[in-house]
Design a protein around this ligand. Structure first.
Ligand SMILES: [Zn+2]
Length: 444
């Protein structure tokens, strides 16, 4: 532990006095192919609205009521454990979380075999936690109503999905369904709308679906914005792929378009780098260069939204290195209080912001580097401002029961109008031009 101790000490010094006294930077021990999990946990820990909610949940005592909360409790305990360390830097062993994860899902019980997919894990974790919160909520309202409330079947679906499937299209009902969702939804959930226009009768059929993260197809030497635009491009349905129009009562040629109808507070993006190749009978990694900006603006991509000007800041990147989904290694680049940190299991280093560029991918297939941005986490500027105001007064964990909640998770009336003037000049779409770095320290 001597070497680790002195490393933590060096990191502590490097962070300097400007780094908040109550902020913690802890590497996570690897338990055998658990870097997919460690990297995602680090990204989520530095997702301030999520961290606030987890700490609040733990302080609420719900976690200790003897509930078998599954991963929810384990996650909150881990975040609490990091936040309540006496030292600012060090290494923790997420032992309880990992054994819970392995017990809950065979897919992640992999220590003898191979690496799991970080995106699969992220998606699983968010859904599990949301589901558990919904269960708790239902149990609570059942108690309150003296067991008179019908539970309405299995609660394994997101509330928004339940709304669109089992209810009519009535907007009021849908809104009501949105209100009973969890804090996972209020942080990560966005809504897509899928519009299909029949070319024969011009009827537009709209279908909505919610998402906690978005998966994007990627192309060589492109940008995140190009991928987003591609995601929303118009698709022709014809030939074998015609659309059944309810109005015409027959298969018709149609145009389909997917758009984001409501943006989340935290936008989690998954670049689809693992592609199944029929001929090979396995997944191949696409190391394509996909440039992603530090500041993302989506106004030209999904236009008819309540807040078309929502701007985002990058706060975490999960980088995959290696040749395939089950081979290789994950680490996380995370932004915390003006510093970018590289969390590589138990090792943590400060990196230059400009080094992020080295994880865009390769413009030529022949290039050797395989370190590629895989999951990207953006937080909306409006929610950053509101959570900062909030977290300044927060986190002496012991007395923070009443904090959290915050405006950052109210999806509808946005504070963005109010704070517009404070953000400064409009940032344009695209990659912020950074000085080229010759050899990134850690990534060399
Ligand atoms: Zn039609």
């Amino acid at each position: 532990m001597g070497a680790a101790g002195s490393k933590a000490h060096r990191l502590e010094r490097a962070l300097g006095a400007g780094f908040p006294e109550n902020e913690h930077v802890f590497g996570l021990e690897n338990f055998g192919n658990t870097c997919y999990c460690n990297s995602v946990l680090q990204a989520l820990f530095y997702c301030q609205p999520l961290r606030d909610k987890c700490l609040e949940y733990r302080m609420s005592g719900l976690a200790q009521d003897g509930n078998d909360d599954g991963l929810l409790t384990s996650l909150c305990e881990l975040f609490f454990s990091i936040s309540s360390q006496k030292k600012r830097c060090g290494v923790l062993a997420p032992r309880q979380f990992i054994s819970k994860l392995r017990a809950e899902n065979e897919l992640f019980n992999n220590h003898m075999h191979q690496e799991s997919d970080a995106h699969e894990f992220l998606n699983y974790l968010l859904n599990e936690v949301a589901e558990q919160l919904e269960k708790n909520e239902k149990a609570k309202s059942k108690d309150a109503a003296g067991n008179h409330v019908a539970t309405g079947g299995p609660s394994s679906e997101w509330s928004a999905r339940v709304a669109s499937d089992s209810m009519s299209d009535d907007e009021e009902e849908r809104q009501a369904a949105y209100q009973c969702k969890t804090w996972i939804h209020s942080i990560f959930e966005g809504v897509l709308t899928n519009d299909t226009r029949c070319l024969s009768c011009e009827t537009v059929t709209s279908r909505e679906e919610s998402f906690l993260d978005l998966s994007l197809e990627i192309e060589q030497d492109s940008s995140l914005n190009a991928c987003m635009r591609n995601f929303s491009s118009i698709e022709s349905l014809r030939g074998d792929n015609k659309f059944f129009c309810d109005n015409c009562c027959s298969l018709q040629e149609a145009k389909k378009r997917m758009r984001i109808k409501r943006l989340p507070n935290v936008l989690a993006l998954h670049l689809k780098r693992f592609k199944y190749i029929e001929q090979l009978g396995r997944f191949k990694k696409l190391s394509y260069k996909v440039a992603f900006p530090l500041e993302l603006e989506l106004d030209n991509i999904a236009s008819d939204m309540p807040e078309p000007d929502r701007r985002y800041r990058l706060f975490a990147v999960i980088v995959h290195m290696g040749s395939g989904p089950n081979h290789g290694h994950y680490f996380a680049l995370v932004r915390s209080h003006q510093h970018w940190l590289c969390f590589d299991d138990d090792s943590v280093d400060i990196i230059e912001e400009s080094q992020i560029e080295s994880c865009f991918g390769n413009a030529q297939e022949t290039q050797a580097s395989t370190e590629t941005g895989y999951l990207l986490f953006y937080q909306s500027e409006a929610s950053i401002l509101s959570s900062h105001t909030d977290s300044d007064s927060q986190i002496s964990a012991e007395n923070s029961t009443a904090t959290a909640a915050t405006a950052n998770n109210s999806p509808s009336p946005s504070p963005s109008e109010k704070i517009k003037g404070r953000i400064g000049p409009k940032v344009s779409v695209g990659v912020k031009r950074l000085a080229k770095v010759s050899t990134p320290k850690r990534l060399a």
